[in-house]
Design a protein around this ligand. Structure first.
Ligand code: ADP
Length: 253
């Protein structure tokens, strides 16, 4: 029985580019602000092409063993255990490396032979090479505008991927997402989007991150669950913008 793909409201032609990249068996790099729909696009397209999705969230402690696998001691015996990337390659799944910019360069080196014509993962520790089946696809993402990201990906690494640059949706489309993700009425959704647009414009000249579509969806859920609109906005939209310090009064205004 086929399951309906998770709802995805397109910004432009990203579904088509994703599909063409999938059919052409080339890896994909998604960029865009946090909470703008990158993960949802991947979930949607994995469902469209009817393949399992394996997600790996990158961080600076992630080692190539975390991706590829390691030897484990199991009831006195030493056994090899595939890591999530190896499992995805063997299964021909969609493998999604979220926040790939956080991973160390030596960890990303494990991806080289997988992201060119070889489409192969070399597991040196067990002397095995695994060629990716046609259904396998590697998708990576990161937020190039995050103020906390000082790292950049090497251009030679980026050039291994087809790129899709996402952004927040236009106002009516973003309100449509809020309504479809929650039971919020269109008026609440419209007000949340208007607020977000003001905060996003203000954040360009401030140290605060812009509010994400995700935080608007959360605010709408809180309203639908009975919280007053301004308390919901404070808790779901404003509070996450500040880490430690008070929100500057101009921005709050
Ligand atoms: P990120 O870009 O950080 O991966 P997500 O894809 O997780 O962001 O989006 C966060 C949430 O915002 C989603 O769970 C969904 O509720 C909503 N969302 C954002 N963009 C879209 C979109 N284009 N279509 C449907 N839902 C979206």
């Amino acid at each position: 029985m086929s399951v309906r793909p998770p709802f995805y409201r397109p910004l432009a032609n990203e579904q088509q580019v994703f599909r063409v990249a999938y059919d052409a068996r080339v890896p994909l790099m998604l960029t865009g602000p946090t909470g703008c729909g990158k993960t949802r696009l991947v979930e949607h397209m994995a469902s469209v092409v009817d393949q399992p999705l394996i997600t790996i969230t990158c961080h600076d402690d992630l080692t190539s063993a975390d991706l590829l696998g390691r030897f484990l001691v199991k009831s006195g015996d030493v056994e090899w255990a595939d890591g999530p990337l190896t499992r995805a390659v063997r299964e021909g799944a969609i493998c999604y490396l979220d926040e790939v910019v956080e991973a160390r360069r030596d960890t990303l080196a494990a991806l080289h032979a997988l992201t060119d014509h070889r489409r192969t993962l070399y597991l040196d520790r067990i002397d095995e090479s695994v060629r990716a089946p046609d259904t396998f696809m590697l998708v990576c993402s990161y937020n190039p505008t995050s103020r906390s990201v000082l790292k950049e990906l090497k251009p030679s690494f980026r050039q291994r991927f087809v790129g899709i640059d996402l952004d927040y949706l236009p106002p009516e489309a973003e309100a449509e997402v809020i309504c479809s993700e929650t039971t919020a009425n269109p008026e609440v959704a419209r007000k949340l989007v208007e607020l977000a647009r003001g905060l996003r414009a203000a954040s360009e000249s401030s140290v605060h991150e812009p509010p994400s579509t995700r935080s608007l969806v959360t605010a709408a859920k809180l309203v639908a669950a009975g919280l007053g609109q301004s308390d919901a906005v404070e808790a779901a939209v404003m509070a996450p913008l500040v880490s430690g310090g008070p929100l500057d009064e101009g921005l709050r205004e």
